[in-house]
Ligand binder design. Sequence first.
Ligand SMILES: C[S@@+](CC[C@H](N)C(=O)[O-])C[C@H]1O[C@@H](n2cnc3c(N)ncnc32)[C@H](O)[C@@H]1O
Length: 471
Amino acid sequence: MNYFPIFLDLTALKVLVVGGGEVALRKVVLLERSGASITLVAPEVLPELQERAAAGKINLGIREFVPDDLNGSRLVIVATSRRAVNRWIASLSEARGIPVNVVDDREASRFIVPAIIDRDPVMVAISTAGTSPVLARRLRERLEAVIPKKIGELALWLRALRHTARRRLRDTDERRRFFETIVDGPAARRFVDGDARGAQSIAQQLLARTSATPRVPGEVTLVGAGPGDPELLTLKALRALQDADVILHDRLVPEGLLDMARRDAARICVGKAAGSIGSTQEEINALLIEHALQGKRVVRLKGGDPFIFGRGGEELEALSKAQISFSVIPGVTAAAGCAAYAGIPLTHRDYAHSVTFVTAHADKDGREPDWRALAKPGITAVFYMGLARVEHIAAQLVAHGAAATLPAAIIAQGTLQDQRVITGTLATIADVTVASNVQSPALLVVGEVVSLQSQLAWFNSAAPLEVSRSA
Ligand SMILES: C[S@@+](CC[C@H](N)C(=O)[O-])C[C@H]1O[C@@H](n2cnc3c(N)ncnc32)[C@H](O)[C@@H]1O
C-alpha cells in the first residue's frame, strides 16, 4: 500500500491553496464542503474566486506566494501553472511537515486527492495511487450507478436508530445482528425507495421481537472456498464470510479470499503449517463447538468443497452431537476448478463417460483404491493429494490394465496465477513430475481427456494477443 487512506476532519483548520485558475477553483469548491478555513494566494485569480472572497468564504491574497503563507497551515494544495514554483512550495511544505498536494505532480505530493462519491455523510473514495485517473473515474461511475442516491439519508436514519437499539438490545452482538437485518433486508430497501415510514415500522417490529426473544444461539457454517482463485467463491459464501464473527480456515485458503471477510471477524488458521493452532481434527471440532456455544456465528472455511476430501462430514457429526446448528455452503472442488482452468474437460462424449475423484492416500484401514475400476477405458480419474505417489499410481493403473500410453497431467496451484500444468503418459508422468519440480497442492488427472489440453488451454497460456494494425 503506497498511500494510507484516511478521512480528515478539516473543520476550521487553515488550508492553503496556491493558484488562481480553474484547477484551484475546483479544489476550493471541494474544500468548502469540508468546513476548512481556506486561504488562497495567487497573483491572478478567477472572478468566481474573488466572489467567494467578497462573500467571506475564503481569505484571498492577490499576490505571489511567500513562505510565510505556510504559517498555521495544516494542509497545502499547489495548483499554479509553473512546475518549478509548485515544487519549491512543495519542498517548503515538506520541510515544515505540512502535507502537500501538487496537482498533477505525484512525485512532489505527500498526499493525493481521491476520486469521490459524496452522499454525505456517506463518502466513497477511490484511488489508483495516481497510476490511472481514467480507471478511477470509471470505477466511480460504476459505483455511482449501484449506490442508492438516498444512502446518506439512510446512514442518518441508522444513526438515529442506534440510540433506541442501545437502550433496547442486550449487547453489541445483538445490536450488530439487528442492524445487519435492517441494512440487508426490507427496512433499508423501503427507506432508499422513499418509504421512510414503512422502514421505521419494520425496524420497530424487529426491535420489539429481538428484545423479547431469547438470545440467538451460535451456529456453524461450513463454507467451500474453492481451489484458490478468490473469484470462484459463491455469492452465498461471500455473504457468510461477511456475516461471520469467527473464521476457522485451512492453510490452503489464500489471503485474497480472507480479505473478503468482515474486517473485525476473528481469524484462526487451523491448518497444519508450523505456528498454527488446532491442527488435529479433534481440536478443530472443539474450537468450532466452543465458539458456537459462545453465541458466535462461526464460518469453517475449507479449500475446495467441504464434502470432498475435506472432512466436512466429520465436523458436522461433532456439531450434531453437541447440538449446535449448522449449514453447508458448497464450493468448487479442486478437480472441477483446476480441470477447467487447465483446459481439461473431465467428461467428453468422445473420450470419457464418467469421472472419479480419488484420494491418493490409502484409506484409514490401509485399503488401496479399486485400481481395476480406475484402469478401465472411457473414464477420467482425478487423484487428490497424490503428488508424492504419482509413480505408484501410474504403475498400479498399468498393472491393472491401463495402457502405458494413456495421457496424464499434473495440475499444481490450479486456478492461481502460478498454476502449472504438466502432461505426459502413465509411462512418463512420474519422471516429468520430478523433473518439473512441481509443488503441492497438486492433482493428478488420468484419462484420454488430457489429450485435449494442448488445444483447450486458455488460462495463463501464452497465446499471442491479436492487435489490430489500425489500433
Ligand atoms: C485435503 S484435500 C482437500 C480437497 C478440497 N476439499 C476440494 O474439494 O478441493 C487437498 C488436496 O486438494 C487438491 N487441491 C486443492 N487445491 C488445489 C489447487 N489449487 N491446485 C491443485 N490441487 C489442489 C490437492 O490434491 C490437495 O492435496
